[in-house]
Design a protein around this ligand. Structure first.
Ligand SMILES: NC(=O)C1=CN([C@@H]2O[C@H](COP(=O)(O)OP(=O)(O)OC[C@H]3O[C@@H](n4cnc5c(N)ncnc54)[C@H](O)[C@@H]3O)[C@@H](O)[C@H]2O)C=CC1
Ligand SMILES: CC(=O)C(=O)O
Ligand SMILES: [Mg+2]
Length: 568
């Protein structure tokens, strides 16, 4: 046994967990603990006799009880807290429960309730999960990771957030670890990423959220956000250390502010295996929904006219992938870019504006084009929609109800099947609710949302609303990258993932969803993983041989089942 394995308390041999831990230490190790499901022999070997009641139960027994306990929780937040406790106590049980009730529990573990849990993080705090890195101690990053007791080959995936733009709810400082934990739970439930081979990371660079700074219970660094060189050096130290200690790990970036998120991605994307989920994962799932919508509408990618409301991390990430898809459909890059109009706080982005952010510049419209568009309040969304006559309207603004009845009806006057994606999370930020959009467009709208929503019935047709949330994409992407041991995550791998998702959808019946249903997430993720791994191999980015990618993906998927545990 190596020193690392000893620190980690257990290792796997021939399908069994072998552990040096005994007694309560075993019960305190969530990936080892089976609680009442330990057999008599295991109890004797591991020093658990007397620490557990007499009955020896099965995983199914334990799932049944946990499900009942879950339903005793009166609110979604308390359900989230309950599931977090379960995860900290018995991880196999947590994942079996989550996998069996994915549609019911995904909104509690993840979007939208995870947003509420992040806001309440310091108050609901019970025990830590993940690695907490502080900008005050960049020299301790290596020691912090080593405290986990993991070896160089033990980590497949690290999700890190600095929590500046959590979902659509802004800056939540140290509570942002919750989005890394939530994203990782989805990786495992949706794609079978081994929960023992992942690390959630909080990059605590301070917070500008004054409610947190003045909250006596706040558990993070109590100062404003550090920016500039010190921030970049901290990120660099994180990347250097993580890639040195865990050379196989994919680094996933989540919920950074727009300029940091993009700068970080540009800096590392050609050097290491990494991606930004808000820009690239979102772009790819929206592309998948767009491909389905275009199939229903009988139109081509290259013919879309796209208005994006909210040109931040997600909005411009979506623009990039829709532009690239139009290029693949035969347009010149410049012509494709000119089929996209971005609207932000200052209205339509035009090239005479001085305060555009660098990543917005490519989408700035010639000011002359819009000279006559201004209404009384400048060139806002209503003016842009009236003049552009878009085929697609995408919301990544966090502005609730921004897609008004007037705007949507104006759009629907000029296009047979208006494609409308209000993608902002969580529920209180969505630009319009699907029921309204379907009614305002007389049932012609092709709708997808970021939050989960129930089907809508309108004039006898039931419309299933696909969830255009990156959660339908990144788990499979990550699994494919892990199976291929990808050196990089390329644009081609995202395009392959989007095509794979769109390929799973049958849009022939009226009201059909534009995206696969959440219940089928494991199948979706497996299909995406195969497509991504194959593309990595085609682009010479795979470091593992891919002889039978379908079987390799199946074999790589961790299953929530109790393993035998032996004393070692
Ligand atoms: N469905 C999905 O998979 C995803 C959804 N999102 C959602 O998209 C929203 C935006 O997220 P990010 O892009 O990360 O944030 P961000 O802060 O980078 O971008 C938001 C943009 O909206 C703009 N904006 C704010 N108020 C506006 C207004 N009144 N009019 C026009 N523009 C306005 C901001 O200036 C900014 O450019 C969030 O609600 C987030 O939850 C983000 C990532 C994935
Ligand atoms: C879904 C997601 O990543 C977000 O809203 O930020
Ligand atoms: Mg996000």
């Amino acid at each position: 046994m190596t020193a690392v394995a000893a620190k980690r308390r257990f290792w796997v041999e021939d399908g069994s967990s072998v552990t040096s831990a005994r007694g309560v230490e075993v019960l305190d190790t969530p990936l080892l603990n089976k609680n009442t499901a330990f057999t008599r022999q295991e109890r004797a070997e591991l020093g658990l006799e007397g620490l557990l009641p007499a009955a020896v139960q099965t995983l199914e027994d334990r799932v049944r009880r946990a499900y009942e306990q879950y339903h005793e929780q009166p609110t979604d937040l308390l359900k989230n807290v309950f599931l977090a406790m379960l995860q900290d106590n018995d991880e196999v049980l947590f994942y079996r429960l989550l996998t069996e009730h994915l549609r019911e529990m995904l909104p509690v573990v993840y979007d939208p309730t995870v947003g509420e849990a992040i806001k309440r993080y310091s108050h609901e705090y019970r025990r830590p999960r993940g690695v907490y890195l502080s900008i005050a101690e960049p020299d301790r990053i290596e020691a912090a990771f080593q405290d986990l007791g993991l070896g160089a080959g033990d980590v497949d995936l690290i999700v890190a957030s600095d929590a500046e733009e959590i979902l659509g709810i802004g800056d939540w400082g140290a509570g942002g670890i919750g989005i890394a934990v939530g994203k990782l739970a989805v990786y495992t439930a949706a794609a079978g990423i081994d929960p023992g081979r992942v690390i959630p990371v909080s990059l605590d660079v301070g917070t500008n959220n004054e409610a947190l700074l003045n909250d006596p219970d706040y558990v993070g660094n109590r100062h404003s956000r550090v920016r500039g060189q010190r921030y970049d050096d901290f990120i660099d130290a994180y990347v250097r250390t993580a890639t040195k200690l865990f050379p196989r790990a994919l680094l996933h970036w989540e919920d950074f502010g727009p300029s940091n998120g993009r700068r970080i991605l540009e800096r590392y994307r050609d050097r290491i295996c990494t991606f930004n989920d808000d820009m690239q994962g979102t772009g790819a799932i929206v592309l998948a929904a767009t491909l389905s919508a275009a199939r229903v509408a009988g139109t081509r990618m290259r013919d879309q006219r796209i208005v994006i409301f909210g040109a931040g991390t997600a909005g411009v990430g979506i623009a990039d992938q829709l532009r690239d898809a139009m290029v693949r459909d035969g347009l010149e890059r410049g012509d494709a870019t000119r089929r996209i109009w971005c609207v932000d706080r200052q209205g339509l982005l035009t090239d005479d504006m001085t305060a555009l952010r660098d990543f917005q510049n490519p989408y700035a419209r010639p000011a002359a084009e819009a000279r006559d568009w201004a209404g009384t309040g400048g060139i806002g969304l209503a003016e842009v929609v009236a003049n552009v006559r878009p085929t697609m309207l995408i919301g990544t603004s966090t502005v609730h109800r921004a897609f008004t009845e007037a705007i949507v009806k104006e759009m629907a006057r000029h296009v047979d099947r208006p494609i409308i994606f209000p993608l902002s999370n969580p529920t209180e930020r969505i630009e319009a609710m699907p029921g309204d959009l379907i009614a305002w467009t007389g049932g012609r709208g092709l709708i997808s949302t970021g939050i989960p929503v129930p089907p809508v019935t309108y004039k006898g047709v039931t419309y299933a609303i696909g969830q255009a949330n990156n959660a339908l994409l990144y788990p499979g992407l990550g699994l494919g990258a892990v199976v291929a041991r990808a050196k990089r995550i390329s644009d081609g791998m995202f395009a392959a993932a989007a095509d794979a998702v769109a390929g799973l959808v049958s849009v022939n019946t009226p009201g059909a969803s534009l995206l696969p249903q959440v219940e089928n997430l494991r199948q979706v993720s497996a299909t995406v993983a195969v497509a991504v791994a194959k593309r990595a191999a085609e682009e010479n980015l795979a470091q593992a041989p891919l002889k039978d990618p379908i079987q390799q993906v199946q074999d790589a998927m961790w299953q929530p089942e109790y393993r035998p545990v032996r004393a070692g």
